[in-house]
Design a protein around this ligand. Sequence first.
Ligand SMILES: C[S@@+](CC[C@H](N)C(=O)[O-])C[C@H]1O[C@@H](n2cnc3c(N)ncnc32)[C@H](O)[C@@H]1O
Length: 224
Amino acid sequence: MIVARKKVKKIVIVNERCVAYINSLNTGNTPFLNELESTARENRVPIIRRETQTLLKFLLAAHKPKKILEIGAAVGFSSILMAEYSGEDTHITTIENYEKRIPIAKSNMELSGYKDKITLLTGNAEDILPTLEPYFDMVFIDAAKAQYPYYLEEAARLLKNGGIVAADNCLQDGDIIESKFAVTRRDRTIHKRMRDFLYKMNHDERFTSVILPLGDGVTLAVRN
Ligand SMILES: C[S@@+](CC[C@H](N)C(=O)[O-])C[C@H]1O[C@@H](n2cnc3c(N)ncnc32)[C@H](O)[C@@H]1O
């Protein structure tokens, strides 16, 4: 028996023509990153969108972090991007637990020429984060969406005062504004945890934060 699936109307966070226009002004990345980006997209690896790439490049230029922690490396695209657009003395530590992606990330880091600037820690972020020592200047959260409230706690511990957190995908393609009954049962835990994360981030006195409707939604916060 074929069961008809209820079609859920996707919410567009930012007008699509507006996004296309903004991205048309984007001057792009290095040929290596462009190639890596298209291979990742062809293989359906979820890497950061163009708008988020621009935001990260802006943060690197403005904040000049020396120690960056990334949670969620995938095949290394965003960590290599951060290595490319940060100072020579910046180091990036990134975490990935998906065994199939780990060797690809390692190989990409080597091919990029930035393997000494990036440390890839393999395993579950939930096990690795408690083993890390403060202080980082920037934490980029881009792994398991249901774990964002926990990652925020670890970011608070690991960041120095004035350090920045950036968390991607926090508007969940617009699903975040829907009632839990409108999201598929499978996605309800993520929906609830992401709402908890956004509430916490905006009410936690340790942070001053802003939610940007950019890409899939990015939350930025400064550790007070
Ligand atoms: C959105 S992708 C990261 C994309 C990457 N930041 C980029 O833009 O190039 C999220 C990654 O986090 C990894 N991940 C999910 N949960 C994790 C966990 N608990 N610990 C470590 N990695 C995790 C996934 O396997 C996936 O590769």
